[in-house]
Write a protein that binds this ligand. Structure first.
Ligand code: BEZ
Length: 212
């Protein structure tokens, strides 16, 4: 399976999960989605990640992003593991975890990197837009837990740039100034961004976040 690239349609699938059978496209509906893989159940880093993800769910909900995890164990195992996650992370995991025992979805999404590990997935992240195109891919090794603040930050950037002709600079966070899209001439930008446009260089123009 070729790697999934930005702009590709997210491959659809139907799979078992901790909450029963799930079809990706039906599950997402018109929402954004985040699909993220975990190497295996009952592993320490994954336990912290899933607890953290559950605690971040209200923030993803606010942004209209449906969460979907994956691990290459079965649904019964997932549901036993969820009890531990809830206990030790003081949370309630309330989004599905795909039970990818046959590795169908992991293979479809190229989540197994054989030179890292032949059997377990790496920590992949896919952010999917409402039109089902893939807007972000990230790959972390099994030994590094992901930063969920970063995942929210990138959702904020993706949603801003989907609807406004801007881009977000290094370390940008919601509310900070943004970069005017290079395709827009400065004079036109001044008419478009009524909060003001600062021209630092002809190719580097800043404007306040148009959504705040
Ligand atoms: C973990 O989640 O802790 C983990 C899983 C697989 C390999 C290394 C760490």
């Amino acid at each position: 399976m070729a790697a999934i690239r930005l702009g590709d349609k997210a491959p659809d699938f139907t799979a078992d999960s901790s909450m029963g059978t799930i079809n990706l496209y039906d599950y997402l509906g018109d929402s954004w989605g985040i699909l993220f893989s975990h190497p295996a159940d009952f592993t320490p880093v994954c336990t912290t990640e899933l607890g953290t993800a559950a605690n971040f769910k209200p923030e993803f909900d606010k942004r209209n992003v449906k969460m979907l995890a994956l691990s290459v164990d079965g649904a019964a195992s997932h549901n036993e593991w969820i009890k531990d996650i809830n206990e030790v992370q003081n949370t309630t995991v309330n989004f599905p975890i795909i039970a990818d025992e046959d590795k169908k979805v992991s293979t479809l999404y190229d989540m197994i990197h054989p030179n890292a590990d032949n059997n377990l997935t790496v920590r992949s992240v896919f952010i999917i837009a409402p039109d089902k195109t893939v807007k972000l891919t990230l790959t972390y090794p099994a030994s590094t837990g992901r930063n969920f603040y970063e995942l929210l930050r990138v959702v904020d950037s993706l949603q801003l740039t989907a609807y406004h002709k801007v881009a977000t600079p290094a370390n940008w966070e919601h509310g900070n100034d943004v970069v005017v899209s290079p395709a827009i001439p400065t004079e036109e930008a001044k008419g478009m961004f009524t909060k003001g446009v600062e021209e630092i260089k002809p190719y580097l123009r800043m404007t306040p976040d148009p959504t705040t």
